[in-house]
Ligand binder design. Structure first.
Ligand SMILES: [Zn+2]
Length: 181
């Protein structure tokens, strides 16, 4: 089912999610809801979605990797590359805002599938960024926290006179209203 987003200023998005211990029907339903809610997003399209973003505070996310949404249960980033890069990130829980966040370019991630089977993956480039962004949601961390710490650039979506969307720079202080709990 397509679910509504939990987004700032709703403070629930800063909550820590709980470890999954039951690999039952409700877990499979949650993964289905995350995928269905991701697939209907068009502007912008979704690259990933974490359970707390649809109001379920469990350690689960889906990420679009090689054109398919894949589930990650109880994910942990176990290794990051020294090499880092900046990229403009957005989030359905920080509506209408984008910010340049510096992150490691490659990661190892350990997680489970919906049956509880463990797997480890190495990602680089965009998939590496998606899995970092989504794993952090499970600890109540948002991309704007990185932009804030790194003194990076923040933008909001605005419309020009012809109604065309454009990005207008703004201060990260006006966006960041709270921190992870
Ligand atoms: Zn997000």
């Amino acid at each position: 089912m397509v679910k509504p987003f939990v987004a700032l200023p709703d403070e629930r998005i800063r909550q820590k999610s709980q470890e999954v211990t039951a690999y039952d029907r409700s877990l499979k339903e949650l993964v289905r809801d995350l995928i269905e809610t991701s697939k209907v997003q068009e502007n912008p399209p979704a690259l990933g979605m974490a359970a707390p973003q649809i109001g379920v505070f469990k350690k689960v996310f889906v990420a679009k990797i090689r054109n398919k949404f894949r589930p990650f249960v109880n994910p942990k980033i176990t290794k990051v590359s020294k090499q880092q890069g900046a990229y403009l990130e957005g989030c359905f829980s920080v509506s209408g805002k984008y910010g340049s966040a510096i992150r490691p370019l490659e990661v190892d991630i350990e997680a489970q599938d919906v049956f509880g089977k463990k797997f480890t993956k190495h990602y680089k480039g965009l998939p590496a960024r998606i899995v970092q962004h989504e794993t952090e949601h499970l600890d109540g961390i948002l991309f704007i926290d990185h932009v804030y710490k790194q003194n990076g650039k923040m933008f909001r979506v605005a419309k020009d006179k012809k109604g065309k969307e454009m990005l207008v720079e703004e201060t990260v202080d006006s966006v960041i209203t709270s921190a992870a709990k």
